[in-house]
Design a binder for this molecule. Sequence first.
Ligand code: HEC
Length: 114
Amino acid sequence: MINNKSRISALILFITALSGCNQELKLTEQQQAGQQKAAQLCAGCHGTRGIGTLAVNPNLACQKESYLAKQLRDYKSEHRNNHKPMVNLAKMLSEDDIDNLASWYSILPCDGTY
Ligand code: HEC
């Protein structure tokens, strides 16, 4: 006989397993710094998990780190200048910020499950 208490524990375990959000990402200090900067400046458009909040906002999750860093440097130097908000944001970033952000977004799962 299964009592209610063990039914509830089993249900909680089941829901935790399904949620996928218990996936542990081991962050380096660089990635933690990137995560913080992203929460302040980027999450409104690129989502807290690197999935764009609108159709026009690209996903950054699981993109190649070197590609992300290059795009940010290209916006900063206006070598890539087709989107004014990204150019203005990139100009606010230090070289370290760029490396931190690129490292953070690159380790996020592509499907936004983190
Ligand atoms: C106002 C909304 C907005 C904010 C805030 C924003 N972005 Fe963007 N971002 C966009 C849009 C829209 C694009 C696509 C622009 C284009 O066509 O070049 C983009 C493009 C990018 C790209 C290039 C993606 C690719 O596939 O080439 C990177 C990298 C990026 N953003 C990083 C960031 C980072 C890091 C931050 C925070 C510092 C940030 N963005 C903040 C809207 C935003």
